[in-house]
Ligand binder design. Sequence first.
Ligand code: HDD
Length: 755
Amino acid sequence: TEKNPLKAVAAKAAEALHGDGPADGVPGKPGVKTPPVEEPTTPQEPLPPKPDQGAPEYVSPTGRPTGADRYLRAQGDAYLTTAQGARLPDTDHSLKAGARGPVLLQDHHLREKITHFDHERIPERVVHARGAAAHGVFQGYGTAARITKAAFLAEGVETPVFVRFSTVLGSRGSADTVRDTRGFATKFYTSEGTFDLVGNNIPVFFIQDAIKFPDVIHAGKPHPDREIPQAQSAHDTFWDFVTLHTEATHHTLWNMSDRGIPRSYRTMEGFGVHTFRLVDAEGGTTLVKFHWKPKLGVHSQTWEEAQITAGVDPDFHRRDLYDAIEAGAYPQWELGVQVFPDNPEQTFEGIDLLDSTKIVPEELAPVQPIGLLTLNANPTNFFAETEQVAFHVGHLVPGIDVTDDPLLAGRLFSYLDTQISRLGGPNFAQLPINRPHAPVNDMLRDGMHQTAVHTGTAPYKPNSLDGGCPFLAGADTGAFIETPVEVTQGRKVREAPASYSDHFSQPRLFWLSMTPVEREHIVNAYTFELNKCYEQPIKERALQVLANIDTELCEQVAAGLGLPAPQATVPLAEPAPSPALSQVGATWPLDGRIIGIVTDAQGDLDGVRAVREAVLDAGMVPLVIAPTGGVLDAGAEPLQAQRTFATARSVEFDAVLVAGVPGPGKDALGARDSKAGDAGLDVVADPRVTLLLTEAFRHGKAVGGWAGADAVLSAAGIPAGAAGVVTADSGPGALERVTALLGAHRVWERFGTAL
Ligand code: HDD
């Protein structure tokens, strides 16, 4: 009896074809005929043809149609082709010997498609792998013309730029809001060649000499045996290194401060870190440190907020930058310089300008604005632009030169070197994002990924065949000429200058410049990170480092670790604090701030509409949070929910307002309760609303509402009359009060040791 149904089908098919049953023997054997196979699976009606897919209207995250042709078509022509331009009839099925048969090696389209896919990824950056970028424009104020001949810094000159922000330690797919340093790299496509300012959001670095870079990065990256933790400094190898190598103390302290968890790329300062040498038209030189000052102020998340965000929206900073630019809230920074005389010692007020672990307090050398950066366009393609952009501290233009900072010297080697393996060869400058806007006329030839078709026969100098072309430029024809600084002849040594051994006075300056709430955050950060370490000696060593910064800091962290606080082993200096280092105390513009408005169908929807309009008018972003998605209220102007109780989380909002109920004199809680049945969900009782409000409250955010919203707030356990809790009769009234609070970024009074 025949057990295998396939054989039965085959036999039947063969009988139908040949009428004499299947041939005996093995198919494929010479002389043995293989009968065609009848389709053995259950026949199906073919699926109905798909309707034509019209491109949807693009709606921004704020719920507003943008009208933008943002979805540029991926393909430029009507017909799909191979990479060689042959039109294709099908890209969904491999070429097979029969519908159920083997795939044929002959299928050139299959092989091309899969092979290309197999090679779509390039190695991620060895550091700063995770990033986001934007295009923009830089406008020189002309104020630097006195000290540099750099053309792009002249008055009114507009230069296209591309800026990439990044974290340092995490892989490409890691979360944005981890505690880490942020990169702030700017490519200026100037008329005299490309200038890259490759800085960070922290003005000092972990190490003084580039030869230590592999050490600090190996210590910070995940443990090599199990590759954890991802994008974190809270682990033994990191703290092992930074407590043994105490020149890292200053940078580590900045990391443990709120600077390590920025609210947004748009609210970060940037620093060139090293001292650079500017050269004027007469060859005169000045030493400077570059600063980027964000127009929106310097703001951070709280630590709990950052942790929640890493889970609920790991792309928080990337999304924030993209959305802001798309919404037209273009972020801006002023470029400024601290200016120092170029003296032979290269020190200023006793501070070694060649030591990248030291700042010069702004109170000693004010930051003088020299130009304005505006980011106004998102990348079109992440890979082509953000991933392939190649920065290099050696991309300099006439008027900007380097100093002998040993950290900078190693970087001058490293950046070019890394691009060669990351971008697959020496021709990465030909990639569109890396192409200079100044004319290029080099004699570099061939190599991997050469895309230029060079003409001529004489890519060498001197030559006679090209009439000696190209010629060499001089100072008067725009050449980049290294500044002929004196170099003191010394012995070859592996040593650092004496001042490089001061590892604690500037960390102390930073600590003393912090407000109480910022100090509390620092204590909490050290306590968290060190409690994540397993090794007791590392914790003890870390406490010794802290004792050398400040007794109170050390004692508070020691208490959190359950360890005794050691005494300082160095004299504790008493530097004058630098208020410029603090993030607390001023009032900042509100552009792009996000206001969550909680409501349900029973809420005062006209009030919600009015608040939305007022928020937009103030350059902020309103997001309506409702029990479900969809239209809350049709009306002439439909009110749409942008977030639901399930998708909204407090971390997204800078302030949260609860809509009141319509009509005068109603008890909100009662009104809402009585209608709870109709609406299905009820704002008052919903635990997700309670979570939203309590988190916003705990993170020092302004919360409030109008016309009865106090019942919702009190149901969430938020005490009426607490600092930064505002209610008013109308939506716009409540918004006005919230807006007044937002200028200070957070309701700082609300923080206490319990938060
Ligand atoms: Fe670096 C990338 C900033 C020291 C070696 N660095 C990189 C990026 C930034 C910085 C922002 C990302 C650029 C991008 O978005 O593509 N790095 C700094 C700052 C430093 C610093 C502010 C100290 C003041 N770096 C530093 C040292 C070395 C490197 C001492 C090596 C000796 N950095 C690199 C690198 C990277 C890089 C390996 C990785 C990817 C890349 O260059 O293009 O070459």
